[in-house]
Design a protein around this ligand. Structure first.
Ligand code: NAD
Ligand code: DAU
Length: 336
């Protein structure tokens, strides 16, 4: 039976991927997660205990990582590396955990997969490419030069460079993917879409950074999971795949849609202090993934996906409610 080690498997996307593996394969899964503020053990509840094991530990700790990787002895066994500090705004306040987890953690993992000759899939972000102008007809592709803007995206870019170097110099069997902005269940309420949904659900007004013209390329997290699984099964070692679902929307459009879907006036929001160095636009060209691996997204209607996500947050206030005040206090301290 295939055995997959999923780092960061208690986070937003990692936990979705664990569910995807359980539903679409017969793989056994070990989750390695430090259980930071961003982890949601609730997202792993109900999974079969004979197939899923949770190990609480730090991906930057070789004493934890090496023995776990050593257990992956089958020809199809693999590591899928989601573990990261993931929020840009936090990286502007304190970059240090981003360097430690995202760069040092990836280095430690690379040394373990090198020592035990284990396949690795490294999960990265489109933010490593910097940003595009609003009127640029182009999109990011696998050959776009790296130009990260924030401590978060620079740390992810550093990790990507390490993975490529270990593949080329040491023959590590690695694939990489760079995905656009995810939305869906279990996303931490510090992030844009859940922050605004839960804000409106608790009687507040959405908070738009600056003018709100910034564009993100939204993809449902279930489509990110299916893409990573396709790469793990059929990807070419050493290759990079961009993951996106043609979901470009300005932040202003998204806020207005959330308000409308929740029955509020679409102009009922506040402009707040902009993010320093705020990337203008991200856009993914997923041609390689679609043509070479035959992947297609299931969530092609953003409005329907957003409406379902709103309903999910409405039904899970017991999960996010206890954290809402503290998250908002952090934003308020920064004028956001
Ligand atoms: P998240 O913040 O929701 O989850 C990250 C998980 O990693 C958490 O469970 C956390 O406890 C764990 N973690 C953090 N530091 C760790 C450490 N040192 N050791 C072990 N575990 C640790 O993040 P997410 O949004 O699910 O993102 C997952 C991955 O996908 C990240 O690598 C991120 O860069 C990438 N990504 C995210 C998006 C997005 O839109 N959220 C888009 C593209 C790529
Ligand atoms: O593109 C992929 C990246 O997407 C991932 O690598 C990151 O892990 C993930 O967090 C996300 O980064 P962003 O910075 O794009 O996402 P965030 O949810 O923080 O913000 C989305 C947009 O919304 C961005 O332009 C900033 C804006 N924003 C954000 C918040 C929290 C607001 O206007 N108001 C807000 O309250």
């Amino acid at each position: 039976m295939q055995h997959v080690l999923v780092t960061g498997g208690a986070g937003f996307i990692g936990s979705n991927f664990v569910h995807h593996l359980i539903e679409h394969s017969d793989a056994r899964v070990t989750v390695l997660d430090k259980m930071t503020y961003a982890a949601s053990p609730e997202a792993l509840e109900g999974l079969p205990s004979d197939r899923v094991e949770l190990v609480v530990g730090d991906v930057a700790d070789a004493a934890v990582v090496d023995p776990l990787v050593a257990r992956l002895t089958g020809p199809e066994d693999a590591v899928v590396h989601f573990a990261a500090e993931s929020h840009n705004d936090n990286s502007l306040r304190d970059p240090s955990p981003f360097i430690q987890t995202n760069i040092v953690g990836t280095f430690v993992l690379l040394e373990a997969v090198r020592a035990h000759d284990v396949r690795l899939h490294h999960v990265s972000t489109d933010e490593v490419y910097g940003d595009l102008e609003l009127d640029d007809p182009g999109r990011f592709s696998e050959s776009t030069p790296y130009q990260p803007s924030s401590p978060y995206s620079a740390s992810k870019a550093g990790a990507d460079h390490l993975v490529r170097a270990w593949a080329r110099s040491f023959g590590v069997r690695a694939t990489l993917s760079n995905c656009s902005n995810n939305y869906g269940p279990w996303q931490h309420i510090e992030k844009f879409i859940p922050r605004q949904i839960t804000g409106v659900l608790t009687g507040g007004r959405p908070r738009l950074y600056g003018a709100g013209a910034n564009v993100r390329d939204w993809i449902h997290t279930a489509d990110h999971s299916s893409a990573v699984w396709a790469i793990l099964q059929r990807g070419t070692p050493g290759a990079t795949y961009l993951i996106g679902a043609d979901g470009e929307r300005s932040n202003l459009e998204v806020v207005r849609l959330i308000l409308e879907l929740l029955g509020r006036d679409p102009d009922d929001f506040d402009h707040v202090a902009d993010r320093p160095g705020h990337d203008l636009r991200y856009a993914i060209d997923p041609t390689r993934l679609r043509t070479e691996l035959g992947w297609t997204p299931a969530y092609t209607d953003f409005e329907a996906g957003l409406a379902a996500t709103i309903e999910w947050y409405r039904g899970h206030q017991d999960w996010w409610g206890p954290h809402k005040e503290a998250v908002e206090a952090g934003y308020a301290a920064r004028g956001q």
